[in-house]
Write a protein of this length. Structure first.
Length: 343
């Protein structure tokens, strides 16, 4: 479309000399007034940095949740917002250099997918805003001073996994009414696991269950841990959140099936890998809500003034194939409440 001022210029050129001066003056004013709108249209496109310790394929579902959140707020990736992705593919030692790359790119906000990336980002910059899409314990990890008043340049969403440990035990009891001796797998090196274990013990006492904590500090402990379940024989298993990479978690699922142990896990990926059931936070929803933090920060809000938010959506996932393999029938009352059933 031809700008208005060009039409005005042609119109003015046909006037008398005195009229030309007035006409050209008005044209200059129209041109000047049009500059702010044009400048706004050609303004800087926000650039985000996303960093994860995991691989791109495993992050696809949660990243789609993040993009959905951005779309709901009017952002279209590649058009009015740019996202620089960095995936460590399980190599935690790469996180600092990846964050450094994002800083050199002068990203406006760093979005982190987990404690490792958040820690690397926080150590690298105190000025660029950081939004963690999910974190088990942001206060314990010293990312924020408090949930209500984060302080500093970091804020985001907590997964609140500790409070869910007892709920998982209740579900296990409901699916396996005769369960009594429950093995609980976790790591003593994780402060979060210690809190989850305490919550599990409280729930166990209320349900009349006996729990036995099995410490797995590294992958080589997995098989010996399961062998120890034979004497005395456990009749149920609860797996706490841990830092093991996916291949090791898959091995845990495999051994639980081999030992015919009804098991409840913390995330749906383990159920998709063959586990019996999981109850936990809907991670894709957390990432969708992380986009809201990004939007507020791009519009001028300070991370220190944005309270850390808790999850609001939880998923129960059940694998009927896994149940069949261990000779278990899942009650219809539980299946009716499931968000996803794998048949």
């Amino acid at each position: 479309m031809t700008p208005l001022w060009i039409f005005e210029f042609g119109f003015c050129s046909r006037r008398t000399n005195s009229a030309k001066l007035l006409c050209f003056g008005l044209t200059a004013l129209v041109f000047a007034l049009s500059l702010p709108a044009e400048a706004q249209q050609t303004g800087k496109v926000p650039r985000l940095g996303y960093v994860s310790v995991r691989g791109a394929s495993s992050q696809a579902p949660v990243l789609e949740g993040f993009r959905q959140g951005l779309r709901e707020l009017g952002y279209t990736e590649g058009k009015n917002i740019i996202i620089e992705y960095r995936f460590a593919e399980g190599r935690r030692e790469l996180l600092p250099s990846m964050v450094s790359e994002l800083i050199l790119l002068k990203v406006d906000v760093i979005v982190s997918g987990g404690a490792g990336p958040t820690r690397a980002a926080k150590q690298a910059t105190s000025t660029i805003p950081i939004v963690f899409a999910q974190d088990l314990d942001p206060i314990g990890n010293k990312f924020v001073a408090s949930l209500a008043r984060p302080g500093g340049n970091v804020t985001g969403l907590s997964t609140l996994q500790v409070d869910l440990a007892g709920k998982r035990l209740e579900l296990l009891k409901e699916v396996v009414p005769k369960v009594f001796h429950v093995a609980v797998i976790g790591s003593s090196t994780s402060a979060d696991n210690a809190r989850q274990l305490k919550e599990t013990e409280v729930a166990a006492a209320a349900l009349g269950l006996r729990v036995r904590f099995l410490d797995m500090r590294n992958p080589k402990d997995i098989e010996p841990t399961f062998n120890s379940l034979l004497e005395p024989r456990a009749d149920g298993l609860s797996v706490l959140t841990n830092s093991f990479e996916r291949p090791n978690r898959q091995y845990i699922v495999h051994l639980a099936s081999k030992f015919r142990l009804p098991a409840v896990y913390f995330g749906p990926s383990l159920v998709e890998d063959g586990g019996l059931m999981s109850y936990g936070v809907n991670d894709a929803d957390l990432y969708r809500r992380a986009a809201v933090f990004v939007d507020k920060i791009l519009k001028g809000a300070k991370p220190s003034e944005l309270p850390v938010e808790q999850p609001t959506k939880f998923d129960l996932v059940i694998n009927l194939r896994a149940a069949k393999q261990i000779g278990l029938t899942v009650p219809q009352s539980v299946l009716a409440r499931a968000d996803k059933v794998i048949k």
